[in-house]
Design a protein around this ligand. Structure first.
Ligand SMILES: [Zn+2]
Length: 308
């Protein structure tokens, strides 16, 4: 249900339909999400922009593709020095993610921009795994530019047969902070004829980039309307989005337990403890020798066969 009471500057995803539900526009503003990702992973400006685009794209695709529940995992595996991006986004508006080399820095492009295409690499693949809670499947496409917006558009067209355009923007301030982050996804729904497609394309071509509009203070709904000039638009939903990781001490203990009691006892003997880092949120979990011992003891019982 639409929550229209969110504060103006909150991280939100709005869903708007137009032309008798033959067009759908999703706009996400996730500046807080990307700031949080930058703080947790200590990403350089270049890595922040790449990760920011991937987080925004993950939220947009998840809202576009998943029904009432479920999550998408997006893996961008390019040959560039950034070394890969992983994002996990849910229909509930939660998202988390990381890049392999968060401190990467490269020369600016000739136009003075952070060179995301070079960082990600123009050769490689984008994998998108849908997890509905009941079944999973993965779609894959080759990267077309490594700039990510084009790559998400290409993914939707070629792996999902969805005619859409994805535009992403993350802007970093002179102090290296995330000024604005987000993006939009404009999609033609079944029944949209050539004329609607043509008019929508002209609108989108004439729009300033997302980050310009967002920096000027435009609300996500206003940004959706600027893509929909000349069409009757209806706000379907306005949902909060947030950086959220599902990791917990309990999950870490479960993962350790899966190693078996012999491995746990070896850890106690060698290090006297274990340290586990969650890649998604960079939280470090310290597990003491006593906790490892208790875990190992809980695994040894009648019929236990992990002692070789
Ligand atoms: Zn975590």
């Amino acid at each position: 249900m639409a929550d229209l009471a969110l504060p103006d500057a909150a991280d939100v995803l709005v869903k708007v339909t137009a032309a008798d539900e033959r067009i759908r526009v999703l706009v996400v503003r996730c500046t807080g999400v990307v700031n949080e990702a930058q703080r947790r992973h200590q990403t350089s400006p270049l890595a922040s922009v790449a990760l920011g685009r991937a987080l925004a794209g993950g939220l947009l695709l998840s809202a576009a593709l998943m029904k009432d529940q479920g999550r998408l995992t997006i893996r961008v595996v390019g040959k560039g020095p950034l070394g890969g991006i992983l994002v996990d986004a849910g229909h509930d508006g939660s998202v988390r993610g990381y890049v392999a080399h968060p401190d990467l820095d490269l020369p600016l492009t000739e136009g003075g921009l952070l060179d995301v295409g070079q960082a990600v690499g123009r050769n490689g693949f984008m994998y998108v795994t849908h997890d509905s809670g009941e079944a999973t499947y993965t779609g894959v496409v080759e990267l077309v530019s490594g700039e990510l917006g084009d790559d998400f558009t290409h993914y939707l067209a070629h792996s999902e047969q969805i005619p859409a355009a994805v535009s992403l923007g993350t802007q970093i301030s002179g102090e290296g902070e995330v000024d604005v982050a987000g993006g939009l996804l404009v999609q033609l729904l079944p029944g949209a004829g050539d004329e609607i497609a043509w008019r929508l394309e002209q609108n989108v071509k004439a729009m300033p980039p997302f980050s310009h509009l967002a920096r000027a203070g435009a609300d996500p709904y206003d940004i959706a309307l600027s893509a929909l000039g000349g069409f009757n638009a209806t706000l379907v939903s306005r949902q909060e989005v947030r950086f959220h990781c599902q990791c917990s001490e309990e999950r870490v203990h479960r993962a350790l337990a899966s190693l078996g009691s012999a491995e746990l006892r070896a850890m106690i003997a060698e290090d006297g403890k274990a340290e586990v880092r969650c890649h998604f949120c960079n939280l470090h979990y310290q597990i003491s020798a006593e906790q490892l011992g208790a875990l190992a003891a809980s695994l040894v019982g009648p019929g236990d066969d992990d002692v070789t």
